[in-house]
Design a protein around this ligand. Structure first.
Ligand code: GTP
Ligand code: MG
Length: 522
């Protein structure tokens, strides 16, 4: 519930700590036969190690976090640039190393323990869900299995820090910051790594003055628009990553998009990266989601399950298109939780009234002010179970008047839709924009149909979990990838055929009293 909050850090504190940690961390590609003890002993010559872990991504890798930043340069000074004779290496002083063993010993070594960086398979998920004690337990289990681990978070911040080193060759004092699901507390293992190049500090460090006789010429090169400036910056960074970025492959410049970006895959970390510039509003959205996720322990559990449900039902996709995005789904869950009585989550306008003077934030004319100290937000008095909230979520959006209403987390109530887009979710900071403008009518209808079907399926479930294990129940029944892989289940579920569900749904739809949904089809 809601009373389990101890002191929680501000978003900015977490980001600052992670960034500082990443700056004294190195990435090392290792041979499989390495001895962990010798490896650490060797590295300790450069200074004490705070922590380390190994993982697999195109071979074995280690992340080593030193206690002091100086240890990194000491290690860099002790390494050399390889030359193969056939290829020419372009030297770049990075924090990504490679260990070669001169005489790999043949003696038996204890196997290296690898930290897992991938989400569980659908089979594994099914197994976990089947063994859970209750539907509430299922949602919490799913959260634990999919959420970004401490190691994965370190790896994400390190990757940004490594990209920053490359970008800093062009833009000294720049910062590359992660945003989106890597930091908003709603990211799943395996999700992409969104990052942006922040040049604001360059200005702040060198140009406190706004007048005078001397101008910093390297910063001032005029181009016709902000968009063109962004495209030019990303274009050179794209080239730079492609030619000189250790481990950066498949660099694509997507400069004509609404939000121009460079996409690449960072092989050593295994992340698909999207680099953009100037995304301060998106960073503020990430902070807002972080606060909502930290306010009540039910929020993340519900969002993760809904995201998994949407993915399993092909409502979301990794390819951009007319489908609903995870970002929009998260907004829908937050809105739903604001609509409960009493509310599970406060409105954004309320979080704005709690803001102190240091929280004031205006970005490009948009007021992005809200409280940053989440310990000052009163916990919710709502005590509903996750099971109830999950059912009610499907019920709520299965019957939402999408044709006339807009979803608005700022006010926490439906507003009249300002335009005719099928799904309207107000951008919380750029309030004239719709974050789900891309969604077409048929994708919205699919969402509504599946929400109704899932509400119905969960309604049919006996309240107790079945005694035989390996029989999908509860949440597993609405994730078809799980209920389809029934080869390991002895018994097939006695679900009525799809046609019957459809007919039943029609009868529910034609009847507009809410109670009929609870009793029909039994
Ligand atoms: P994943 O699907 O796990 O990657 O979730 P995500 O939240 O990281 O989404 P995505 O990678 O698509 O976008 C990254 C961030 O960009 C989001 O968290 C938002 O802050 C922002 N963003 C994405 N789509 C939109 C949009 O349509 N409008 C606005 N205003 N911001 C968006
Ligand atoms: Mg993302």
């Amino acid at each position: 519930g809601s009373a389990d909050r101890s002191h929680q850090k501000r978003f900015s504190e977490v980001q600052k700590e992670r960034r500082e940690q990443a700056q004294r961390t190195v990435l090392i590609s290792c041979p499989n036969k390495i001895s962990e003890k010798k490896f650490l002993k060797y590295l300790s010559q450069h200074g004490p190690i705070n922590n380390h872990f190994f993982y697999e991504s195109y071979g074995l890798h280690a992340i080593v976090e030193f206690c002091r930043k100086e240890s990194v340069s000491s290690l860099q000074d002790a390494t050399y640039t390889p030359s193969t004779g056939k290829e020419t290496a372009i030297p770049f002083r990075s924090r990504f190393f490679n260990v070669k063993l001169k005489n790999p010993s043949t003696s038996e070594k204890p196997p290296i323990q690898c930290s897992n960086q991938s989400p569980p398979s659908s089979r594994k998920l099914l197994e976990l869900l089947c063994y859970a004690e209750s539907i509430d337990d299922q949602l919490n289990t799913l959260l634990k299995a999919f959420q970004i681990t401490e190691e994965n978070a370190k790896l994400r911040h390190l990757t940004c820090s490594l990209i920053e080193d490359i970008a800093a060759a062009y833009f000294p004092y720049c910062t590359v910051r992660p945003f989106g699901s890597s930091v908003n507390s709603f990211g799943k293992l395996g999700c992409d790594l969104d990052m942006f190049l922040d040049l604001d500090e360059t200005g702040r460090l060198h140009a406190q003055k706004t007048s005078g006789n001397f101008l910093m010429e390297f910063q001032v090169k005029n181009v016709p628009s902000e968009r063109i400036a962004t495209q030019k910056i990303l274009s050179v960074l794209g080239e730079c990553l492609d030619h000189f970025g250790p481990g950066c492959v498949g660099v694509q410049k997507i400069l004509n998009a609404r939000c121009p970006l460079v996409r690449f895959s960072h092989q050593a970390s295994g992340f698909q990266c999207d680099l953009s510039t100037n995304n301060r509003i998106a960073l503020k959205s990430s902070e807002l989601l972080y606060i909502y996720g930290a306010l009540d322990s039910r929020v993340r559990a519900l969002v993760f399950s809904i995201r998994c449900w949407a993915r399993a039902r092909s409502l979301t996709s990794s390819i951009p298109g007319a489908w609903i995005t995870n970002f929009s789904l998260t907004m829908m869950v937050i809105f739903f939780l604001q609509r409960r009585s009493p509310p599970v989550l406060p409105t954004l306008d309320y979080l704005k009234t709690l803001a102190g003077t240091e929280d004031k934030c205006i970005i490009e004319g948009h007021n992005c002010t809200f409280i940053s100290d989440l310990n000052r937000i009163k916990p919710s008095g709502n005590t509903e179970t996750l099971e109830l909230l999950l059912k009610e979520f499907f019920e709520y959006f299965g019957n939402f008047a999408f044709n006339k209403n807009s979803i608005n987390i700022r006010q926490g109530r439906e507003q009249n839709k300002p335009d005719s887009s099928p799904l309207h979710i107000q951008n919380p900071f750029e309030t004239s924009l719709n974050i789900s403008k891309n969604v077409n009518q048929s994708q919205l209808e699919k969402f509504v149909e599946l929400a109704r079907e899932s509400a119905w399926v969960l309604q049919q479930e006996d309240q107790d979990r079945p005694s035989s294990s390996y029989q999908p129940w509860g949440l597993a029944l609405v994730l078809p990838s799980a209920s389809n892989s029934m080869s390991l289940a002895k018994k097939k579920r006695k679900l009525p055929p799809r046609e019957r569900i459809k007919n039943l749904l029609e009868s529910i739809r034609s009847d507009n009293t809410e109670d009929s949904i609870n009793t029909s089809g039994k």
